[in-house]
Structure formats: C-alpha cells, structure tokens
Write a protein that binds this ligand. Structure first.
Ligand code: ZN
Ligand code: ZN
Length: 235
C-alpha cells in the first residue's frame, strides 16, 4: 500500500513537472516570436525560476498523488465519473466553483504573504523575478507552494466534479499561471477592456502586482481586489 501511494505521488510529481515545462516552454517560445528580446539578460533569473518551479512540482505532486491513490483505491473524494450523477448544469458550474474557491483562498493567503515576515521568509522568492517570465509560473518558496498545493486536493473532497471538468480547471490554472507572468498580454484589447475583462485577471492585471507589490492580489477574478479596495487596474 505504501509503495502504491509513493508511486502515485511520484507519478503526479512527474506529471506536474512535465506540465510546467511544457506550458512554460511553449509560452517562452511564443514570447521569443511575439516580443523578441523581452527575456534578454534574464538567463540567470530563468534558471532560478525553473529550479523553484520544479521543487514546487513535487510539493504539488505529493498531496495530489495521495488523493489520486485514495480516489482509485479507497473511493475517497466527491469525484464522479458518471455524467448522469448530477444535472448537466451542475457539471458545467462546478469548474466555476473551483476557480472562485481557489481565487478566494489565493487572495487572502497572498495578502497575508505580503506582511513583512511571511514576505521575507516565503513570498520574496516569487517576487525575486523582476520582471517575471513565462518560467515563473510555479516559482514559489516551498511554504508558498504548500499553500497552493492543498487547494484542489481539498476541494475534491467537498465539491463534486467530473474528471473532465477537473482537467479543465487544471488547464485554466496552468495556462493562466504561465501567461499572467510572461510579460505581455495575449488576449485582445477588446476582451481585456470589456465588461467581462473588468472582472477577469490576465497578464495586464498581475503584471501590475509585480510592479507595485501592494495591490492586485487576486488569481482569476478581480472580485476580492475590488471589494477590498486593492485593485489598481491594468498595466
Ligand atoms: Zn506572480
Ligand atoms: Zn505577491
């Protein structure tokens, strides 16, 4: 049993690491084409970003691997594979619940990490990327990585979700994590400055957090930033 748990944790770590390398590599290549020279002189920083990110992959992979084992071997979690188990509207809304819950958790833990001591101990690693690149998506100190790693493994116990919808959540999480740090906006101006864009976080919003530090703390949505008066608009 212990061996099976270990194998699951290792497999999940490898998946998270490869997902990171694939997504960050893809958008780093895109950056080279769209904004040539944007990462010039940042090789040393990028090496550090990749190092921290790969360490984070293990911290994300271990709890995910344990829960995945428990799901398969022990019937843990509220994950359902039969679409008919819930009304279709619920299956479609579940990813939004996940993103909103993750966003809420992130906003408050992120604000806490901007207090002087947690910042010095943990969050400074993420802000050492100046400016961040596509490789900074998982560039976190282990303490910060741990605060992020527990979210989805905890949610799957509480909020029922179909594996396909969970895959969608993980895809959004990965793509936004990378693109919000890559240094340029990939979405069209018309969307970013639209009414919906007013509530969504893309690179223009998170870049501002890296420039100014004490604002724009959110992950996916601008709800908490607006409610708490920490939204300073777009870069
Ligand atoms: Zn960031
Ligand atoms: Zn921060």
């Amino acid at each position: 049993m212990l061996l099976a748990i270990l194998a699951s944790a290792l497999a999940m770590t490898a998946i998270v690491a490869l997902r990171y390398l694939g997504a960050s590599g893809l958008f780093a290549l895109a950056t080279r084409r769209v904004r040539p020279g944007l990462y010039a002189g940042l090789n040393h920083q990028i090496r550090k970003e990749i190092g921290w990110s790969l360490a984070s992959a293990a911290i994300y992979g271990i709890p995910a691997g344990i829960v995945a084992w428990g799901w398969q071997a022990r019937g843990w979690t509220a994950i359902y594979t039969d679409w008919a188990a819930y009304p279709l509207w619920y299956s479609l809304v579940a990813p939004v619940i996940y993103l909103a819950a993750h966003d809420t958790w992130f906003y408050w833990t992120h604000r806490w990490m901007h207090r002087p001591r947690p910042f010095r101990v943990a969050h400074a690693v993420h802000h050492a990327s100046r400016p961040p690149t596509a490789w900074a998506a998982m560039s976190f100190h282990p303490i910060e990585a741990l605060t992020g790693a527990v979210v989805i493994p905890a949610l799957v116990f509480v909020v029922p979700i179909h594996p396909a919808m969970l895959a969608l959540v993980l895809t959004v999480m990965t793509v936004m994590g990378v693109t919000n740090h890559m240094g340029w906006e990939m979405f069209p101006r018309a969307l970013v400055h639209s009414r919906a864009g007013n509530w969504l976080i893309t690179a223009s919003h998170h870049q501002r957090h890296h420039d100014l530090y004490r604002c724009n703390y959110g992950l996916y949505f601008r709800f908490w930033d607006k409610l708490c008066g920490t939204d300073r608009g777009l870069a």
